[in-house]
Design a protein around this ligand. Structure first.
Ligand code: SF4
Length: 429
C-alpha cells in the first residue's frame, strides 16, 4: 500500500474513516513550508497537496508534489498515481511460480514440520540430493512427535551424508520442545519459531510464510541474489546490514494473499532462472522490471566481499587394527563434529604422538594416503597411517569402539572420513 502525505493547508477535505492508514493530513498552516515541516518524519511514498491557491500550487509543483484543486477528482487521481507507483513483479512472480514450479515432495504439503525439515536440509545441500534424504527421513520420522521420540544416534544416522550434524541435533532438540511445550502443534509466529533451537530468521520466515501464509520474509542466498539484481543493489550482500535491508525489502513486497507462493517463487526463481553467474534473463518473468538487467549489470551482481579465511589444519589420522576390527573414537562434545565417531587423529603441528594423546599403545605406523576435507572455516589436510593395536586390552569406555566390517556400516561416520573409511574397508575382512 502506498502511503501519502496529504497536504491540506486549508482543510478542504475532511478525513474518511480509513484515511489514517493511507494518509497523513497536514494541520492547518498558511504556507507549504510550514506544512511540510509539521509532517517531517512521516515516511510516505508520495505527497499530494489539496489547494485552490495558485501560489501554493506553484510551490508544490516545484517540489514535485501532486496538486489537486478539485476534491471530487481525488480518488481517480490517486488511483492513477498508485498505478504509476505500483510494482507488478510480486504478482507476476506468484503467477509464474504457480505455473512453473517443480514438483518436489515437500511442496505437496503445507505441514510446517515438513517445511522445517526440508528447509533445514536445503540449507546445505542441492535440491536433487535432498530429495532422497528427505523421503527417507520423513518415512522414518513422519511427525514432530516421531522425531522427538527417537534416539539422537538414530536421527544422526538418517542425517548421515548431509553434513553439519549440529543441525540434526538441533532438529531433535526442537522436536522435543515442540512436543513438550506446544503439545506437538507447531508454533506459528516468527518469534515463537525463533525461540526453537537451530531456527534462525530465515527458517522462521520460511515456515511462517510457506506453511502458515504469513507475510513474513525469508531471504536466503537465492532470494538475496534475486532482490539484489532486481533492484540493482551494489552493496555487499555478505554484510549484516545489507542482508537485513534486503530482507525488509522482500517483506515489503509480499502480496498478503499469496505469501506462500511468493516466498517459494523467489526461491524457485533463484534456483532455476536468476542463477549465480549467468542468469537466464531471457526466460525470466521479471525481466521487464529488473533494474540490473536494464542496466546490463546483472552478471556483476550480487556483490560479495568474502572475508572468511579458511584455516588449514594438518592432521594425522590413524587406522588402528586389532583382531579384524578397526578402532573408532567418539569426538568430544562441543568440538567440531562433536559426539560423532572418527578414525582417531591428532593435530600434526602439536608434535604429539598417538600414545601421548590417547594413552594407547600402537605398533609401527605405515603411511597409506593423504586426503583433504573442507568445513566452512577449516580445511583438514590429513595424512592417513595404519598401525596395529599393541596392547592386550582394547581401550575401554564409551568413547572407544573396535568395530568389524559389519558394525562399521551401522555407525555414522562424518563424510570428512570418506577416504580413511575406504582404506579401512579394504583392509577389514
Ligand atoms: S531479469 Fe535476469 S537478473 Fe533480473 S531477476 Fe530476471 S534472471 Fe535475474
Amino acid at each position: 500500500m502506498i502511503k501519502y502525505l496529504l497536504l491540506d493547508p486549508h482543510e478542504i477535505l475532511l478525513p474518511e474513516p480509513d484515511w489514517e492508514r493511507r494518509f497523513l493530513l497536514c494541520p492547518i498552516q498558511t504556507t507549504l513550508a510550514d506544512c511540510i515541516q509539521q509532517t517531517a518524519g512521516f515516511s510516505s511514498d508520495a505527497a499530494v497537496l489539496i489547494t485552490r491557491d495558485p501560489a501554493l500550487a506553484e510551490q508544490a509543483e516545484d517540489l514535485d508534489i501532486l496538486v489537486l484543486t478539485e476534491v471530487s477528482s481525488l480518488e481517480q487521481q490517486l488511483a492513477d498515481l498508485e498505478a504509476e507507483h505500483m510494482e507488478s513483479w510480486p504478482l507476476t512472480l506468484v503467477q509464474w511460480y504457480l505455473k512453473e514450479h517443480r514438483d518436489l515432495p515437500w511442496r505437496r504439503t503445507q505441514d510446517p514440520y515438513a517445511v522445517w525439515i526440508s528447509e533445514t536440509m536445503l540449507q546445505q545441500t542441492r535440491v536433487e540430493a535432498v530429495i532422497s534424504y528427505y523421503n527417507r527421513f520423513m518415512e522414518r520420522f513422519p511427525t514432530v512427535q516421531a522425531l522427538a521420540a527417537a534416539e539422537i544416534d538414530e536421527v544422526l544416522k538418517y542425517w548421515e551424508g548431509l553434513g553439519y550434524y549440529s543441525r540434526a541435533r538441533n532438529l531433535h532438540k526442537a522436536a522435543i520442545q515442540v512436543t513438550e511445550e506446544y503439545g506437538g502443534r507447531f508454533p506459528e509466529t516468527v518469534a515463537e519459531l525463533r525461540a526453537l533451537p537451530g531456527i534462525g530468521p530465515y527458517t522462521a520466515g520460511a515456515i511462517a510464510s510457506i506453511a502458515f501464509g504469513a507475510a513474513e520474509p525469508a531471504a536466503d542466498g537465492n532470494v538475496l541474489r534475486v532482490l539484489a539484481r532486481l533492484y540493482a543493489i551494489g552493496d555487499d550482500i555478505l554484510t549484516d546490514h545489507t542482508r537485513k535491508a534486503i530482507t525488509r525489502l522482500t517483506g515489503a513486497h509480499i502480496p498478503p494473499q499469496a505469501a506462500s507462493a511468493f516466498t517459494q517463487g523467489l526461491m524457485e526463481l533463484g534456483a532455476l532462472v536468476c542463477i549465480p553467474g549467468h542468469p537466464r534473463c531471457d526466460a525470466c518473468p521479471l525481466q521487464a522490471e529488473c533494474k540490473s538487467h536494464m542496466l546490463g549489470i546483472e552478471e556483476q551482481l550480487p556483490v560479495r566481499i568474502n572475508k572468511t579465511k579458511v584455516r588449514k589444519e594438518e592432521r594425522t589420522v590413524y587406522l588402528i587394527f586389532h583382531d579384524h576390527k578397526v578402532l573408532l573414537h567418539r569426538r568430544p562434545e562441543g568440538s567440531l563434529l562433536g559426539g560423532l565417531y572418527e578414525f582417531p587423529g591428532v593435530p600434526a603441528e602439536d608434535g604429539q604422538t598417538f600414545f601421548e594423546t590417547f594413552g594407547i599403545r600402537i605398533g609401527d605406523e605405515r603411511f597409506l594416503a593423504t586426503a583433504q576435507h573442507r568445513f566452512t572455516h577449516i580445511l583438514w589436510d590429513m595424512r592417513i597411517y595404519e598401525a596395529r593395536l599393541e596392547q592386550e586390552d582394547a581401550p575401554s569406555g564409551a568413547d572407544w569402539i573396535l568395530a568389524d566390517r559389519a558394525q562399521i556400516g551401522q555407525i555414522m561416520l562424518p563424510s570428512a572420513f570418506k577416504k580413511p573409511l575406504e582404506l579401512a574397508m579394504q583392509r577389514l575382512t
